[in-house]
Design a protein around this ligand. Structure first.
Ligand code: MG
Length: 389
């Protein structure tokens, strides 16, 4: 018999996020919001069974979103949120759990500590909800004017999960059925006189309702502030090409007249190669040679722009963003600094990045080593990218 169950309320068809698809089925960094939410509970050691309450018109979306997850059969929701929760609770009566957590599908960032804390609080009280203290000064207003100022020290913003002892909340919901609409389960519990504790939640446990919320959720994913495994990655790249006969070199996409050329299978753009490897490195996608084997005649004299654009495309495919790139070019000659601006513009065009996110520097090695002897040009690069966690 499951001791602790979780009900995920996913029956809403609200599309205030402007899309056709109900918001809980929208993709957030390549994974649907509902799947992220469900995983927070199926992956929690204190939760024994998880069921979602859905609108059966969205059954296909649900199946796709939850494929492979260990969920009980979905439950058909009702007219209002509280009806959906009641139907979810009724579905558990065959093997009633001790405790049940009710959670909004649209809150994918609930963390394990919050779930643990709500469950633990139910050892002492019939109900416990995640909530955050109000920090803004609160005004009561009418017709756009202030009536009075509320004492914020006693105010909390209710979140989910909201946990209850199962028998008590089932009875409270049955009693409230058909009555006036209540917007959360704590209100249902309060109406039945149950004691409900406030458990500190997290500001990141936001409810995704509007398009703006969705963007904020994407930002949270990108910065990784919900988890230790940050979405920011840094890759490095290094490349060398030796001088050969010729009258110009191509560095970072810019043709620079010189009394030598650079030898290489492609156009030997050492700067662009180092940068391509830096981006591939941040992605963990091997190196330029793996993607464009020098043994393949197709890449002979190729414009290195193709390589860089390919790496940038891989970042995009993973729904990531390049934050910043930094390239150091190392040679005695030709003088590269006068071409810096043109190089930045070229790299910016290929990566779709503004100039303030591209750094290109040139240095010598004080006539030491192979670059010092004028045998070739070296380049090193760093790329910082953000990937969804
Ligand atoms: Mg190279």
């Amino acid at each position: 018999m499951p001791k602790n169950a979780a009900i995920i309320v996913a029956a809403g068809r609200g599309s205030r996020t402007d899309g056709e698809v109900p918001k809980q089925y929208l993709s957030l960094g390549g994974i649907s919001i509902l799947r992220r939410t469900a995983q927070a509970f199926t992956g929690h050691p204190g939760i024994d069974a998880v069921a979602a309450v859905i609108n059966f018109d969205d059954r296909d979306l649900y199946e796709k979103a939850t494929a492979g997850l260990d969920l009980s059969s979905p439950v058909a929701g009702g007219e209002r949120r509280q009806d959906s929760v009641r139907l979810g609770l009724e579905s558990l009566t065959a093997t009633p759990p001790d405790k049940v957590l009710v959670h909004d599908a649209a809150r994918p960032f609930v963390d394990a500590d919050t779930i643990t804390a709500v469950l633990a609080a139910l050892d002492e009280t019939a109900g416990a909800i995640a909530a955050v203290p109000v920090t803004d000064t609160m005004k009561r207003g009418s017709d756009g004017h202030i009536e009075n100022t509320l004492d914020r020290s006693s105010l909390w913003r209710a979140q989910t999960p909201q946990g209850f002892r199962f028998a008590e909340i089932l009875e409270a919901h049955r009693a409230a059925a058909g009555g006036p609409e209540l917007t959360d389960d704590a209100a249902v519990a309060e109406q039945s006189g149950l004691d409900v504790a406030l458990v500190p939640g997290s500001e990141n446990n936001l409810k995704i309702t509007t398009q703006e919320d969705l963007h904020r959720a994407e930002r949270i994913l990108m910065t990784g502030s919900t988890a230790a495994n940050t979405g920011l990655r840094v890759g490095s790249g290094f490349d060398v090409h030796r001088f050969a006969e010729g009258d110009h070199v191509t560095i970072c996409g810019v043709t620079i007249p010189h009394d030598k050329g650079l030898a290489g299978h492609s156009d030997a753009d050492v700067g662009m190669h180092a940068l391509t490897d830096a981006i591939l490195g941040a992605l963990g996608e091997g190196d330029i040679g793996q993607h464009f084997p020098p043994s393949d005649a197709k890449w002979k004299d190729a414009d290195s722009e193709i390589f860089l654009a390919h790496a940038a495309g891989l970042v995009k495919e993973r729904q990531g963003h390049i934050n910043h790139v930094d390239i150091t070019l190392i040679c005695e000659a030709p003088k590269l600094t006068p071409h810096r601006k043109a190089m930045i513009a070229r790299i910016g065009d290929i990566l779709g990045l503004s100039g303030d996110r591209i750094s290109i520097k040139a240095t010598t090695t004080e006539r030491l080593g192979f670059t010092g002897r004028g045998e070739g040009i070296a380049a090193q690069a760093t790329a910082t990218i953000a990937l969804p966690c």
